[in-house]
Design a protein around this ligand. Structure first.
Ligand code: NDP
Length: 327
């Protein structure tokens, strides 16, 4: 076994220039761990938050939260994976931007033959997120209407298709007309260019003044207040990200004034903490993809060495769908 692996590491927080490639030792797996050799790694906005320091890590730290590849070795007590098996994961701790690594096995999932490594690396974190948003955060039923920001992004394009497959009307927002077309092509019933149109008044127009049942808002600072204004009385605000900056502090009384609104701030990692729940969520995602209800769009591919360029593109809103890094 090769005993080192090229790995993207940060020694300080900052811009994309802090991303460094290093040879890191690759140890044998301990109890409950596996060694996985990556064929493709996924890029996610959470990697930007960790690199910039918005989500603090102990430094130095490797980055990256999802990947797919082949199991090379398994530690004591691991029964759901064997050496030579194809597998994929979205999981803590960060460190997926690398050739190979040691991982806690609980969140590593056997990968069905019909799903390529690249597709898996492009969808685990984003697809499991959509799974919990649509099935585990608030009850959603056919005919409900969801407002989903950044609908042409990695999570967004999966959400558009997922909503359509569940009979849920998804009103998207996106930053260009081309992105809006892409979201609609993928199942959004409407898509608002929120850089040229006021999304609050457009949502009111589209819903005949009623508002939406649920908002899924990962943009944060720029959209949070407007999002609350788009909800029906008793509606649910799911604030699950901060691509434009953290959500400002707000007076909880506003939820009463706007009609007994509910709010939650979920993370994927609490949802997948339990091994069997994580594996069940992955099976639902795999079924959506193998059943052709959801197609994973890999719109950008970069070599591992080009990781800084990949981060620049994601932060500059130049990407659509998923981005992968090839080790
Ligand atoms: P995306 O591919 O969606 O990229 C982020 C998108 O956000 C951009 O393309 C852009 O789309 C939009 N955006 C709006 N304002 C800004 C801004 N100021 N700077 C940069 N982008 C902006 O990323 P991901 O699919 O990786 O993640 C989507 C969101 O979901 C992120 O906020 C992420 O943190 C969150 N997330 C949360 C999880 C959780 O469990 N809580 C798990 C997974 C993801 P446009 O140009 O169309 O506006």
């Amino acid at each position: 076994m090769q005993k080192t692996a090229r790995t993207v590491v940060i020694h300080e927080t900052g811009g994309p220039e802090v991303l460094k490639i290093e040879d890191r030792p690759l140890r044998d797996p301990g109890p409950g761990e596996v060694v996985i050799r990556h064929h493709a790694c996924g890029l996610n906005f959470i990697d930007v938050y960790q690199r910039s320091g918005l989500y603090p890590l102990d430094l130095p730290h490797a980055l990256g939260m999802e990947a797919a590849g082949v199991i090379e070795a398994v530690g004591e007590g691991v029964t759901h994976l064997q050496p030579g098996q194809r597998a994929a994961y979205a999981a803590m701790p960060p460190g997926a931007y690398c050739e190979a690594r040691v991982m806690p096995a609980a969140q590593v999932c056997p990968l069905p033959g019909g799903i390529s490594f690249e597709t898996a690396a492009a969808m685990m974190l984003k697809g499991l997120t959509v799974e919990y948003l649509f099935h585990r955060t608030t009850p959603l039923k056919r005919g409900d209407t969801v407002l989903f920001h950044a609908a042409a992004g990695g999570v967004g394009l999966i959400a558009c298709q997922w909503a359509k497959s569940e009979g849920i009307k998804l009103i998207g927002t996106a930053g260009t007309d081309d992105k809006c077309r892409l979201a609609m092509f993928n199942g959004a019933t409407h898509c608002i260019n929120y850089r040229t149109e006021d999304f609050e008044s457009r949502v009111a127009e589209i819903t005949g003044g009623k508002g939406v049942d649920v908002v899924m808002d990962s943009v944060g600072a720029d959209t949070f207040n407007g999002s609350l204004n788009c909800l029906k009385p008793l509606g649910m605000m799911i604030s699950f990200g901060n691509a434009s900056g953290p959500v400002p502090l707000f007076d909880i009384g506003i939820l009463a004034k706007k009609g007994s609104l509910k709010i939650t701030r979920p993370t994927l990692f609490t949802h997948i903490a339990d091994h069997s729940v994580c594996q069940a969520m992955a099976r639902r995602l795999f079924n959506k993809v193998t059943g052709a209800e959801v197609k994973i769009h890999i719109d950008q591919r970069f070599a591992l060495d080009e990781v800084a360029e990949a981060h620049r593109a994601l932060e500059a809103r130049k990407t659509t769908g998923s981005t992968i890094l090839l080790p």
